[in-house]
Design a protein around this ligand. Structure first.
Ligand SMILES: O=C(O)C1=C[C@@H](OP(=O)(O)O)[C@@H](O)[C@H](O)C1
Ligand SMILES: C=C(OP(=O)(O)O)C(=O)O
Length: 453
C-alpha cells in the first residue's frame, strides 16, 4: 500500500436514528490535482483555498515539488510559486503517485515530452492499471517509453528535443487521456488537437484557459468536441477556490436518502454538468434532493444540497450519462439495493480499470451481503429490497475492497440501512480521496466503527 499501513477493517450498523445536520464536503479531487499541477507550472504565484488534502492530491504536490515548484501552506491557503511553462526540472528520483490514476496519467503527459528521464511508480492497485491509453499518444508525439508488460508501471519516459504536435481522437470516454494529451501539448511547438467524441469532465480545458493558455473548444452538431491548444504559451498564476467534491458528496447524500427520517444539508458542492449524473439519476429514482443557492464560483457552478429520506424506485440508467457519474456507480448500486424494483446500469466497461475492477468488486460485495444482482461484461442489474430485510452479513464476512476507496465507502453506507452489519476489509484507502469521511458520517449520526480510531 502507498502509505505502508496495514489494512484496517471497518463495520457499519443499521442506524437507529435519522441522519441530520449540515456538512461541508472537502475540495474536488480532479480540480485539486490540476490546481497543484497548473500552479506549479505557471509563472508567478497561485493561491489555492479549499484544496482536497487527500493522499492522491498530496502525491501530485510532491511530484511538482520534485520538478521545481515551490509549494507551501499558510493558514488555509496553499501558495505555489511555479517554474514557468516549459521550465520543469528533471526529477532526481522516481515520482510515486500512490493510488492515483489521475495524478499519474496527467503527469505523464505534463513531463513526458521533456527532454529528460522521468520515472512513474504507484501502489499495487495503480501498478495493475493500463497506462497504454496515455503512452500511445505520447509515443506519437515522439516520447520514448519504457514500461512493464502490458504498458503497466513502472514507466520511464524521455521526450524528444521538440515534441510533434498531434491530432488525437480519444478512443474511450476518459478525461485523464484527454488531459494527458493536452498537457503534453503545453510543451510542444504548434497546435495540439484532441477530438473527444463523448464529453467527459472539462476541468482541464476550463482551468488551462483560466491560467491563460490559448485553448479553444468547438462542439459539432453531434456533440463531438474538438479542443485545440497552442503549445509553449505563457501560463500565469491564479487564485483558485476549489468547490466541494460531488463524488465525495455522493456518500452522505445516498446515506441520507436511505436512512429513514434523515434530513441533511451538504454545502458548496461542485455542480459542473459533467459531474452531476448521479444527482439526476437519483432524482429520476424518486430522490428528494433540493438544489439551493445555485451560484457561480470561480467559473464553476456550485450549490448546496438538501437531502431528505426518500423511497427510491429502480430505473434503467441512460448509458450516455455514464461519463458524468463514472465514479458514482458503486454508491448508486448500493442505493439500487434498497430501491423498489430493478435498476439496470449499462455502458460500464471503464469501471473494470479503476482502482479495482469496480464492476466485479461491487457485484461480489452486494452478493456477500444478500443483494440479488447480475454482473454482465459491462452492465450491472440490481433487484432492490426497500426494507433491507436479510441484507448485510450476520457472520461478519468482509467485503474485499481491493485498495479501492470508493468500494470501502459505498459498502459502509450500505451497512447503515441493512438488517445486518456490513464490514469492509480495509478502510485505510478512504484517505486517498476523503480523509474526513468517518468523522463526517458519524457526525451526522451514522454508526461506523473505524478500526483506525
Ligand atoms: O480526469 C480526472 O480527474 C478523472 C477522470 C476519470 O477517470 P478516466 O479518465 O479514467 O475516466 C475519473 O474516474 C477519475 O476519478 C478522475
Ligand atoms: C477513479 C478514481 O480515481 P483515479 O483514477 O485518479 O485513481 C476515483 O477517484 O474514483
Amino acid at each position: 500500500m502507498s502509505h505502508g499501513t496495514p489494512p484496517k477493517p471497518a463495520t457499519a450498523r443499521k442506524s437507529s436514528t435519522a441522519l441530520s445536520g449540515t456538512v461541508r464536503i472537502p475540495g474536488d479531487k480532479s480540480i485539486s490535482h490540476r490546481a497543484f499541477m497548473f500552479g506549479g507550472l505557471a509563472s508567478g504565484e497561485t493561491r489555492i483555498t479549499g484544496l482536497l488534502e487527500g493522499e492522491d492530491v498530496i502525491n501530485t504536490g510532491k511530484a511538482m515539488r520534485a520538478m521545481g515548484a515551490k509549494i507551501r501552506k499558510e493558514g488555509d491557503v496553499w501558495i505555489i510559486n511555479g517554474v514557468g511553462n516549459g521550465a520543469l526540472l528533471a526529477p532526481e528520483a522516481a515520482l510515486d503517485f500512490g493510488n492515483a490514476g489521475t495524478g499519474c496519467r496527467l503527469m505523464m503527459g505534463l513531463v513526458g515530452v521533456y527532454d529528460f528521464d522521468s520515472t512513474f511508480l504507484g501502489d499495487a492497485s495503480l501498478t495493475k492499471r493500463p497506462m497504454g491509453r496515455v503512452l500511445n499518444p505520447l509515443r506519437e508525439m515522439g516520447v520514448q517509453v519504457k514500461a512493464a508488460d502490458g504498458d503497466r508501471l513502472p514507466v520511464t519516459l524521455r521526450g524528444p528535443q521538440a515534441a510533434t504536435p498531434i491530432t488525437y481522437r480519444v478512443p474511450m470516454a476518459s478525461a485523464q487521456v484527454k488531459s494527458a494529451v493536452l498537457l503534453a501539448g503545453l510543451n510542444t511547438p504548434g497546435i495540439t488537437t484532441v477530438i473527444e467524441p463523448v464529453m467527459t469532465r472539462d476541468h482541464t480545458e476550463k482551468m488551462l484557459q483560466g491560467f491563460g493558455a490559448n485553448l479553444s473548444v468547438e462542439t459539432d452538431a453531434s456533440g463531438v468536441r474538438t479542443i485545440r491548444l497552442e503549445g509553449q504559451g505563457k501560463l500565469t498564476g491564479q487564485v483558485i477556490d476549489v468547490p466541494g467534491d460531488p463524488s465525495s458528496t455522493a456518500f452522505p447524500l445516498v446515506a441520507a436518502l436511505l436512512v429513514p427520517g434523515s434530513d441533511v444539508t451538504i454545502l458548496n458542492v461542485l455542480m459542473n454538468p459533467t459531474r452531476t449524473g448521479l444527482i439526476l439519476t437519483l432524482q429520476e429514482m424518486g430522490a428528494n434532493i433540493e438544489i439551493l443557492n445555485a451560484r457561480l464560483a470561480g467559473g464553476e457552478d456550485v450549490a448546496d444540497l438538501r437531502v431528505r429520506h426518500s423511497e427510491l424506485k429502480g430505473i434503467t440508467v441512460p448509458e450516455d450519462r455514464a461519463p458524468s457519474m463514472i465514479d458514482e456507480y458503486p454508491i448508486l448500486a448500493v442505493a439500487a439495493a434498497f430501491a423498489k424494483g430493478t435498476t439496470v446500469m449499462n455502458g460500464l466497461e471503464e469501471l473494470r480499470v479503476k482502482e479495482s475492477d469496480r464492476l466485479s468488486a461491487v457485484a461480489v460485495g452486494l452478493k456477500l451481503n444478500g443483494v440479488d444482482c447480475d454482473e454482465g461484461e459491462a452492465s450491472l442489474v440490481v433487484r432492490g429490497r426497500p426494507d433491507g430485510k436479510g441484507l448485510g452479513n450476520a457472520s461478519g464476512a468482509a467485503v474485499a475492497t481491493h485498495l479501492d476507496h470508493r468500494i470501502a465507502m459505498s459498502f459502509l453506507v450500505m451497512g447503515l440501512v441493512s438488517e445486518h452489519p456490513v464490514t469492509v476489509d480495509d478502510a485505510t484507502m478512504i484517505a486517498t480521496s476523503f480523509p474526513e469521511f468517518m468523522g463526517l458520517m458519524t457526525g451526522l449520526g451514522a454508526q461506523i466503527e473505524d478500526c483506525n480510531a
